[in-house]
Write a protein that binds this ligand. Sequence first.
Ligand code: ADP
Length: 432
Amino acid sequence: MYRKEDLSGIKSARAVAFALLFAALAAAAALHGIFADMNFAAIVCIVCAAALIAGIPLFRRIVKDEAALVEANTAAMRNASYFLYRYEAAVKQIKDGVVILTEDGSFVLINETAKTILGITDADLRTARYDEVVSGFSEKMQREEILAAAKGGVKEDSVSYAGAIYRIRFAPLGEGEEDLGVVVVISDVTESYKAEDMQTDFVANVSHELKTPLTTVKSYSQTLLEGGLDDPAMTREFLEIIDSEADRMDRLVRDLLLMTRIDNSRQKWDMTENDLAALVKTAMKKMDMTAKAKALSLNRMFEEDFSVMAEMDRDRLEQVVLNILSNAIKYTDEKGRIDVDLIPGENCVQIVISDNGVGIPEKAQARVFERFFIVDKARSRKMGGTGLGLAISKQIVEEHGGAIVLESKYGKGTKVTITLPACKVRGKRGIL
Ligand code: ADP
């Protein structure tokens, strides 16, 4: 770009050159008076020649300075277009939509994200007026609206469009009285809105899940304190209820703490190579009494001596198998059947737990891994369910590099399949 001092230097050099020429002419006129007998033209020639000789360094400087100025300007233009190119490339990369408009509604710039959000094609940009192309998106994006909104600083608004939520920010282009147009930045905030909603739901669910057992504990203990203690049978019954509700709260708090630790990557995983078959057999043994109490047949479908090694945090994985087994027991009516199988695959192993219980309606199946999701609230609460078991199981299995899938037929039964990476078989032990 021109620098003021460059220009003023050249201007003053030019002024001196002209002054020199005028001085030469004046001198010629004066000398004509002195040397009256000399031809005026000859005097002008001599004086101008003298002035030119005296002014040569000055004229040289003018030419040199002008060349330097042209060169500087060319470099400045090159820099400016490079800058513009880089700036346009940067705007294109921005995840948010960016629109720059002049005051009369012409586009200075619109990036690809903005085109996608607003549903504008390049043909629209060539043919349609600004207000027409944004009319489908929101009234809030109309030219008059955004120019008015941007007056006096940065303004913000939100728009719901095609199932998404957008935050739009307007800022004036130019400062003070100088109104050059407006910059509009459109950001998709659907995910953060959802996360906020989920957080609010989560807090509401936790409070509700804790409030229910707390209310029970409070009312039963109050009844006992107000005279119920005189009846030993009632005392025992009420204390059992209080004890089971305390267990429920304890489970809930533990589950919540584990979930938060996994969410924040603060859970320490004690990964070691273990026999998955042994783990499943232990879990089945632990649930045997509960299954027997409902006269359920709990069947091991794999061989007693079957063994398959997997890298695992043994306690956490046992928690998963216990969760699934306990669900199968909870949601299967008396005298029902639960089968537990282990199926080795290529580089993986599957634990399959099936029951012929109540099953899950098709619509609800997709949501069973959500936190606090319970199909039949009354039934689940009676069984001590919190709606967190499957959500935590999924988190644990995924941390092991595996997957968990639930299939169900309402009124017929449910099958849960856990797939885990298996360790390579190094050989079979026990020659004798
Ligand atoms: P809960 O603690 O309530 O059992 P889960 O997260 O373990 O929570 O399960 C979520 C919901 O999925 C349960 O409330 C129940 O309605 C349904 N469910 C899970 N396993 C089974 C099953 N084997 N049979 C029928 N319904 C099941």
